[in-house]
Design a protein around this ligand. Structure first.
Ligand SMILES: [Zn+2]
Ligand SMILES: [Zn+2]
Length: 138
């Protein structure tokens, strides 16, 4: 589990019922939800939660560094609670399923000095695309 709720409690994050459902919806492994998906799932648990509250809470979790924003398909940003374990993404181009993956080699150190153009390189985001087993079958 990504233990997002535990991490937030540990940081003394002010836990209201609205914030708790947002964190609850995002907790888990391989979770990459758009803001609208977070809102839909949060509203299933707490019908009165507004879209604005969900958006604000997501923004706050991102600025705390407890949730990362990933752009996996050039469309809506997705929110990922797996913020403390560097990883990359495997994306199904058909259904949009996203998996957290860990390549054998580190793409950050793999970039040779001649390809860095004098940049101090701080992070690498790699997206592998293809078809998940279910879509490959169909
Ligand atoms: Zn698929
Ligand atoms: Zn991820």
């Amino acid at each position: 589990m990504s233990d997002l709720l535990d991490r937030l409690r540990g940081r003394g994050w002010r836990m209201t019922s609205q914030r708790r459902v947002v964190a609850q919806v995002l907790d888990g492994d391989h979770v990459h939800l758009t803001a609208d998906e977070v809102h839909a799932r949060a509203a299933a648990l707490l019908p009165e939660i507004s879209r604005a509250t969900v958006y604000n809470t997501l923004g706050e979790l991102v600025s705390l560094g407890e949730v990362i924003e990933v752009a996996t398909d050039g469309r809506a940003r997705r929110y990922d609670p797996n913020a403390h374990h560097p990883h990359h993404h495997l994306v199904c181009s058909e259904c949009g399923t996203v998996r957290d993956v860990h390549p054998d080699r580190d793409p950050l150190t793999d970039l040779p000095a001649r390809e860095r153009f004098g940049f101090t390189v701080a992070a690498a985001e790699v997206t592998y695309r293809g078809l998940c087993p279910d879509c490959a079958k169909a």
